[in-house]
Write a new protein. Structure first.
Length: 768
């Protein structure tokens, strides 16, 4: 039964009036729309129009009791049941409930039509507005949540691989109360606590684990890297001090010294009886090791070296362990014999005596408080004519003989220099593995918090976990995928390093440099996003993300500035590119041209560049081909660009400078390809396991998200068309939605001890 005009005047407007006033503010545009509607509604009499104009006047808002009356009246109707798709449906039903006399059909239809038009003009989505009057409003978003569809323990074992036992031992150690956190604000106490932690780790045998058996170690560098990564779950200052002592200091003796140095120093270094430093960086020369100005002048009569800092800007700067604890240092200096500069060599130089007093000629300043890693005592070291015996030269690659003559088994100065630095590539493995652990910790906090923290929700429904929001998923799920990708890439890098051959060293150094850059950049981005994703709680120090952020910020310039290192990767790719052509005969050139033509015919086929099928986009062959095409295309265009600039008369140094941005992209594209290859391989290995499906989804997300980040290049090259990049974006959103369900189990598979996460928001997430 349709309402009469009289009934409509009283009840028809209740749903609408409540909706427009429920937010307590009526916009001017809405007021004008209502005025216009009331003025032209032929089925409203003059008195009704006047009354309605008062009720919708923005300067005279109704009181709370009246608004509550409207709500109760409408809610009573909704609670009684019935299907309502708009406020108009509710309005007509309310009027009908009054059992009015039968109106004319024309009047009832006119009211319905006018009210529906008013809803549209006010921008009210009727079905959504109706939910305001319901208490239970289930939606796809509210019904979604965490599931455990795979073996978390199985995935944890898969991630640890053959290092599971050593990882377990380290986790058991750092779970103990000996490793309880201390206030990093007390610099003196924090530094001493970090030293104590390193002694506990050394006493457990983990410091010397990578040293030869003859020096008390286990000759297991893979275990050393696993120890360093696992310790990173607890405290990053401890990890860096661990790395300086047992890695940089100890490994420089092992890698650059000979047996006499190993026997003399390594047993004491491995137990932390002999704390030391790695003194390479100078104030004036950071990444440019060749440009360092500290000198080591040979004295023929005494058969000694004099280590000297020629001016203040040649001081060794930012040296870990130097400010307080270091008793000796591996010092990199220019070797001078009879006025001739023989390039950079390494020397063991005493800094302090057994009681900790600074030795004559040694001047040390504390670098002071830093953005992070304040448990590490960084210092500046200046040498004033410090004399050391000839045997203190680390002489694996260069030495001074009894006659005071320079000797080296490597004829080329260039090769000797890079061979010497190449032996220290382990630092570029340890740092990204530590960074991976920091990313895992940040993601574990942010994702678990997002799964518990509820905020907002549908009208008439409960609040929703913030991890259910698509944008929240878009922020965190690709970073989770990229962190998993980095994990598998670093496992590959470590294996490659353990099984290295001399002929592969240049390639290995470039790969380590690139992965270090790629992963530490990702850690910086990941922890920033985790901080924001946790809102104000993420800003509190107690929830650990600030320490993770601040302590890893330096990782992007530790062991070399990332941007410089990516250019090193590009140089390596260009060298390989050049050799490819230098070694080509006529037939291989023909084959090369044919392969390039084949690429154009297949991958740039109109059907391929527009293919949006999910089976195609998630095909590992397509993904690898896309990454390889970009990596090869960039190195090819970089080589052509350099050649053109030089052939036009530009100096090669200037040409390289012009192309620097191009070269960084060359490096990134190559590393992305390597990372994807390893992720695909890992997913393939796990495909029959309970966690195989989710690993494949993570791999797809990593591949497609990386393509999306580089979609401009693919579009420029004609490798994809807009319809395909749009399909990739849509599939990324869907993968983020699907992976969200597994996100908590995925971070739980990192198996980070709760005492290491130690974030109160994981136990009390409702506080905002």
């Amino acid at each position: 039964m349709e309402p009469t005009v009289a009934t409509a005047n009283k009840l028809v407007f209740y749903p609408l009036l409540y909706v427009i006033w429920s937010d307590a503010v009526l916009r001017e545009q809405d007021w004008k729309t209502l005025q216009s509607f009331i003025g032209r509604a032929a089925w409203l009499d003059k008195e009704s129009k006047s009354d309605l104009l008062k009720r919708v006047n923005p300067t005279h808002a109704p009181d709370r009791q009246e608004v509550a009356h409207w709500f109760r009246t409408v809610k009573h109707l909704v609670d009684a049941g019935g299907e309502y798709k708009s406020l108009t449906d509710l309005a007509l039903a309310l009027a009908e409930k009054q059992s009015p006399p039968e109106p004319t059909s024309d009047t009832g239809s006119e009211i319905a039509k006018d009210l529906q038009k008013l809803e549209e003009d006010l921008g009210i989505v009727g079905i959504s507005a109706i939910y305001r009057f319901k208490e239970d409003h289930p939606t796809q978003t509210t019904a979604y949540g965490t599931e455990t569809a795979f073996s978390v323990q199985g995935l944890a074992r898969f991630l640890d691989g053959d290092q599971a036992e050593i990882i377990r031992q380290v986790k058991d150690l750092i779970r103990t109360t000996d490793f309880d956190y201390v206030d990093p604000g007390d610099l003196t106490r924090y530094r001493e606590q970090v030293l104590t932690w390193c002694k506990i780790v050394a006493d457990a045998g983990f410091g010397k684990i990578g040293y030869p058996v003859a020096q008390g170690g286990k000759d297991d560098m893979e275990a050393y890297f696993s120890v360093m990564e696992t310790l990173s779950y607890r405290d990053l200052s401890m990890v860096i001090k661990f790395g300086v002592q047992f890695g940089l200091w100890g490994m420089s003796i092992l890698s650059l010294g000979t047996q006499k140095h190993h026997a003399k120093y390594l047993p004491q270094i491995g137990t932390l009886e002999l704390p030391g430093c790695f003194a390479m960086t100078e104030t004036n020369h950071g990444s440019n090791v060749r440009g360092i100005e500290t000198t080591a002048t040979y004295n023929h009569a005494e058969k000694t070296f004099t280590i000297h800092t020629p001016h203040r800007l040649a001081r060794k700067e930012y040296i870990g362990n130097a400010a307080l604890h270091g008793r000796m240092a591996t010092v990199f200096a220019k070797l001078i014999i009879d006025g001739t500069d023989y390039g950079v060599s390494a020397f063991v130089v005493p800094l302090r005596d057994a009681e900790g007093a600074t030795l004559p000629g040694i001047h040390i300043e504390d670098c002071g408080r830093k953005m992070g890693l304040n448990g590490v005592d960084n210092g500046l070291i200046e040498f004033d004519q410090v004399v050391i015996p000839r045997e203190n030269m680390l002489d694996r690659f260069a030495s001074v003989n009894e006659q005071g003559e320079f000797e080296t088994p490597i004829a080329s100065d260039n090769k000797r220099f890079f061979t010497m630095l190449g032996t220290l590539v382990g630092g570029r493995i340890g740092i990204p593995r530590s960074a991976i652990a920091a990313s895992k910790s940040g993601l574990a906090i942010a994702i678990r918090y997002g799964d518990q923290r509820r905020q907002f929700g549908p009208e008439g429904g409960e609040e929703v976990p913030i991890l259910n929001y698509r944008m929240h998923q878009r922020r965190l799920m690709p970073l989770l995928a990229k962190t998993y990708a980095g994990h598998f890439a670093m496992q590959y890098m470590t294996r490659h390093f353990m099984n290295r051959k001399e002929s592969e060293m240049q390639e290995l150094e470039a790969l380590a440099a690139g992965l270090k850059s790629y992963i530490t950049w990702n850690t910086t981005a990941t922890l920033q996003e985790c901080r924001e994703a946790c809102g104000g709680k993420g800003y509190l120090s107690e929830n650990r993300i600030d320490a993770l952020k601040n302590d890893t910020d330096i990782y992007t310039t530790f062991e070399g500035d990332n941007t410089v290192l990516m250019q090193l990767v590009a140089k390596s790719r260009l060298s390989a590119y050049r050799e490819q052509f230098e070694n080509m005969n006529f037939f291989t050139i023909v084959n090369y041209v044919a392969s390039k033509t084949k690429t154009s015919l297949t991958e740039k086929n109109p059907l391929i560049v527009r293919n949006t099928d999910e089976s195609h986009l998630t095909d590992p062959d397509f993904q690898l081909n896309a990454f390889e095409y970009r990596a090869n295309g960039l190195v090819d265009s970089a080589a052509r660009r350099m050649r053109r600039l030089i052939s036009e008369g530009m100096d090669p140094f200037d040409a390289f400078n012009v192309c620097q941005h191009h070269f960084v992209n060359v490096g990134k594209a190559f590393i992305e390809k390597v990372v994807l290859e390893q992720f695909i391989e890992a997913a393939k290995t796990a495909q029959k396991e309970s966690y195989g499906e989710v690993l494949k989804k993570l791999c797809d997300l990593y591949a497609l998200h990386t393509m999306e980040e580089n979609k401009g290049w693919y579009l420029e090259q004609g490798y994809m068309e807009g319809v395909k990049t749009k399909a990739i974006r849509k599939l990324i959103n869907q993968l983020c939605w699907e992976i969200r369900r597994d996100a908590v189990p995925l971070v739980n598979a990192f198996d980070i001890p709760e005492s290491c996460l130690a974030a109160p928001i994981l136990t009390n997430p409702t506080q905002a």
